[in-house]
Design a protein around this ligand. Structure first.
Ligand code: ADP
Ligand code: MG
Length: 361
């Protein structure tokens, strides 16, 4: 198959995405696929090649070390030398149209929030993961938590604050609280606040990245994450940080966190509850093909932290580790995701498929 691995883009998680994309590209090539890595934002200089010849290019071959730098839109815009800022770089859409499917290795912001998915749908380009509507809902922690609560899925109490709302930010629960960008990821801009002063500075920091901040009641307990691929919930992975909490550094630099899968000393009922709630959360949010649900478990049961519609696929990422523990090696995981989504297209079961069927009446 001709496969574009679309990565990079313009979000605070750009560097994470590039690392995921390199690993996916290498794995697909090892599986004999014609895979090419394309940076969504920087595009591809054809230099006289046809779009089909791009798939013969073997220009990527190693796993990147992830930079600690948190890139702003302005930093990323500077990477393109012609001064233009539209998200799709030169030739990206033309190359995607020549592919059998696009593997979305994008994370965060535009890339994960459904806009790229909508653009690809409108151009009849097939891609992995969920459709635009489910992606948009899932990327927004306020909307997704409201849907979860509506369906009786336990998740921490929260309050949203929008930028430019005047006055002090009062929350209806006790400190400590967790402050996050409503549409963020990879713990970028996330803070634990122990008092009003820390809450105010946390919210101010969030507004560097997002127009909306979500403040949540702190959930104590053991942290887990659980990947779902084609309706199968993998074994949970426990996340044990050596100190502090699971921030950007713990997520992407080796040696600060223990990842244990399958988890040890976990009641089988609790593990099963997490698997069941993962599938239910995917379902109520309309997520398809694959995703990952983050959890806390404590004496009051299992609590969903958030759902991820394009979970990380870097060497340290959780879903690949869980799959491997359950006997699915990385290359097979990537192929399962592709084949699972192709089946949804064949069955007319994607968001795009549903809309096509409805409009045909
Ligand atoms: N309500 C909460 N209580 C305690 N810790 C939390 C809470 N929400 C998030 N965290 C911590 O912050 C991390 C990042 O939060 P999460 O909602 O998963 O955002 P992101 O999209 O950045 O991954 C979590 O993995 C968890 O360690
Ligand atoms: Mg998370």
């Amino acid at each position: 198959m001709k496969i574009v691995v679309l990565a990079g883009g313009r979000s605070t998680e750009r560097n994470v995405s590039i690392s995921s994309g390199y690993r996916i590209t290498n794995a697909l090539r090892q599986k004999g696929q014609q895979a090419t890595f394309i940076d969504l934002f920087l595009g591809y200089d054809l230099e006289g090649k046809t779009v089909d010849q791009v798939f013969d290019d073997a220009n990527t071959s190693k796993d990147l070390k992830i930079s600690d730098a948190i890139l702003t839109d302005a930093d990323i815009n500077k990477l393109r030398t012609d001064g233009s800022t539209q998200l799709f770089g030169p030739n990206v859409l033309a190359i995607c149209k020549a592919a059998d499917i696009v593997f979305l290795a994008l994370h965060g912001g535009d890339g994960e929030n459904g806009k790229v998915q909508a653009t690809l749908d409108l151009n009849n380009v097939k891609y992995t993961g969920s459709g635009p509507l489910a992606s948009g809902m899932t990327m927004n922690k306020v909307f997704s938590k409201e849907i979860m609560l509506y369906h009786g899925i336990q998740t921490a109490a929260f309050k949203e604050f929008k930028r430019n709302q005047p006055g002090e930010h009062k929350v209806p629960f006790d400190f400590p609280v967790v402050v996050k960008p409503t549409s963020g990821g990879s713990s970028v801009g996330t803070h634990i606040a122990h008092n009003q002063e820390e809450l105010e500075s946390g919210i101010a920091d969030v507004f560097r990245f997002d127009n909306s901040a979500i403040v949540e009641e702190f959930t104590p307990g053991r942290e887990f994450s659980l990947g779902v691929v084609n309706g199968r919930a993998f074994s949970a992975i426990e996340i044990k940080v050596h100190s502090g909490w699971y921030d950007f550094k713990h997520k992407f630099q080796a040696g600060y966190t223990d990842f244990i899968t399958p988890p040890k000393d976990l009641d089988e009922d609790v593990h099963q509850a997490m698997k069941d709630v993962s599938l239910q959360t995917m379902d109520v949010l309309g997520l398809q093909n694959y995703g990952r649900i983050d959890f806390f478990a404590n004496d009051k049961g299992v609590w969903v932290i958030e759902a991820n519609n394009l979970p990380g696929m870097t060497p340290l990422s959780l879903l690949p580790q869980e799959a491997e523990a359950d006997g699915v090696e990385y290359g097979d995981l990537v192929m399962d995701i592709i084949n699972g989504k192709l089946k949804l297209y064949a069955d007319g079961m994607t968001e795009a498929g549903i809309m096509t069927a409805a409009s045909a009446d």
